[in-house]
Write a protein that binds this ligand. Structure first.
Ligand SMILES: [Zn+2]
Ligand SMILES: [Zn+2]
Length: 135
C-alpha cells in the first residue's frame, strides 16, 4: 500500500492530503529555486496531480508563474508565505515542497539538480558546527 501524508503551511490555513507513490525527489540548486525559496535549494517531490487533495485554504493560495520560463512556478499561502503544492504546466504532475509535508518518511533524494549552480556557501554550510536550537 502506498503511504499517505498530510501537509500544510506555517499558519495552518492551507491543509492538504497527499498519497504516494512519488515519481521523483529532487533538490534543485538553480538560481530560480534559490531565489524563490530564499535558501540554498528547493526540495520537492513530484507526484501525479490526482495524488494531492486540498482540505482547506485552496482559496488562500496564490500561484506565480515566471513569465520568461517554459514551466516554472511557485505557489504559496497568501497568509504566511509558505510554499505549498502546485500543478505543473501540463496539469499532470504536482510539485510538492517536502518541508510542507508533516510526516514525510525518509526517502532517498534522487538527484541534486543544477549542482554546478549551487550557492558557493552551500558546502561550507554542511561542514559548519552543528547546534541544536530552542524554539
Ligand atoms: Zn499559511
Ligand atoms: Zn530549480
Amino acid at each position: 500500500m502506498d503511504q499517505e501524508y498530510d501537509g500544510g503551511c506555517l499558519c495552518g490555513a492551507v491543509q492538504y492530503h497527499l498519497k504516494g507513490p512519488f515519481i521523483r525527489f529532487f533538490f534543485c540548486h538553480c538560481s530560480r529555486c534559490r531565489r524563490a525559496s530564499g535558501t540554498a535549494h528547493a526540495a520537492n517531490v513530484f507526484t501525479r496531480a490526482s495524488n494531492v487533495e486540498f482540505k482547506s485554504g485552496a482559496d488562500k493560495i496564490k500561484t506565480f508563474k515566471l513569465p520568461e520560463a517554459k514551466d516554472f512556478a511557485r505557489a504559496f499561502c497568501t497568509e504566511c508565505g509558505s510554499p505549498v503544492p502546485y500543478t505543473s504546466g501540463d496539469g499532470k504532475v504536482s510539485v510538492v515542497p517536502v518541508g510542507s509535508i508533516k510526516n514525510f518518511s525518509a526517502r532517498k533524494v534522487d538527484a541534486q539538480k543544477f549542482w554546478a549552480d549551487r550557492a558557493d556557501w552551500y558546502e561550507s554550510g554542511l561542514a559548519a558546527p552543528r547546534q541544536d536550537g530552542e524554539r
